[in-house]
Design a protein. Structure first.
Length: 115
């Protein structure tokens, strides 16, 4: 059964850092382009970062220079390192493929940036 599990979210102060993890079961992540998405209350889900099979990365302008996406194929896991966090980064973060039909969405992990 295909399953994505996101973890690592937390309450953090502005300027702080977090690392999110996306673990997959039932399939091998390294065959696919993987993205991190986020959805803030009352807003549409948006793609903030993606990484291809070859390790090429792409970022939304709003997170460029602050977020880094990476993958560990041996652990079947994709990460999102977030630094210099801002209150506007507050959202539920999800991983999935941004190419073609997405898999079943996981529950996501809550990131709250607040003093």
């Amino acid at each position: 059964q295909v399953q994505l599990v996101e973890s690592g979210g937390n309450l953090v102060q502005p300027g702080g850092s977090l690392r999110l993890s996306c673990a997959a079961s039932g399939f091998t992540l390294d065959y696919y382009t993987i993205g991190w998405f986020r959805q803030a209350p009352g807003k549409e889900r948006e793609l903030v970062a993606s990484i291809t099979r070859r390790g090429n990365t792409n970022y939304a302008d709003c997170v460029k220079g602050r977020f880094t996406i990476s993958r560990d194929n041996a652990k079947n896991t994709v990460y999102l390192e977030m630094s210099s966090l801002k209150p506007e980064d507050t959202a539920v973060y999800y991983c999935n493929t941004p190419v073609g039909v997405p898999w079943k969405w996981g529950q996501g992990t809550q990131v709250t940036v607040s003093s």
